[in-house]
Design a protein around this ligand. Structure first.
Ligand SMILES: [Zn+2]
Length: 196
């Protein structure tokens, strides 16, 4: 059972991993905590945004939209590999997912198929949104992939988690396809090597 780290520790951990981090507005206090709990935390979730243009991408992830108010994640990882912190606390990124998957993440075991939407993921996952159209064509620059790896590793390092605590939205919520363009198995290998 893990309490979320403080916003300050989150920022420090990302920088210590070698990331370029930009703090956007009052990110430390921008959250959805008034709508539900935040924590205990069990993992890190990776997403793609289905947007293009870094400025617009960061803005959408911070503000959200009428049907889904922001923040839509904690950190936005743009194509240049910069991490933009847009919120901290409960964020609208994971939605309802599968309790069997959550149990596997907690136990750091292989993930079962996500075929139920019965569990509040916004409570339990750190979230990174990654700028990409998600069409299978839009490239993932090396700098961005490295930043995703580092961001996930930074959170795992703080909590003493293995790469098994890093999951994709598509592994959590039925019907989701993100992230698309690399596999989570590949990303977890990178994170595992980085944590050695
Ligand atoms: Zn997603």
């Amino acid at each position: 059972m893990a309490s979320p780290m403080s916003a300050g520790r989150f920022l420090d951990g990302l920088r210590a991993e070698g990331l370029t981090v930009v703090e956007v507005g009052d990110w430390e206090h921008h959250n959805r905590n008034h709508k539900g709990p935040w924590g205990p935390v069990y993992g890190v979730m990776i997403h793609h945004t289905v947007t293009s243009g870094s400025e617009r991408t960061v803005e959408i992830c911070r503000d959200g939209y009428a049907e889904l108010p922001g923040p839509l994640c904690h950190g936005v990882i743009t194509k240049d590999g910069t991490v933009h912190l847009v919120g901290y606390g409960r964020a609208n990124h994971a939605g309802l997912g599968d309790d069997d998957v959550l149990r596997a993440v907690i136990a750091e075991k292989a993930l079962p198929p996500d075929n139920e939407a019965n569990t509040d993921g916004n409570r339990h996952f750190y979230g990174f949104e990654c700028e990409n159209l998600g069409d299978g064509q839009d490239p993932w620059p090396q700098a961005q992939l490295e930043a995703i790896e580092k961001a996930a590793a930074a959170v795992c390092r703080y909590h003493g988690w293995t790469e098994r605590s890093v999951i994709g939205h598509l592994e959590w919520q039925p019907g989701k396809v993100d992230p698309r363009g690399f596999t989570m198995a590949w990303l977890r290998e990178q994170v595992r090597d980085r944590l050695k």
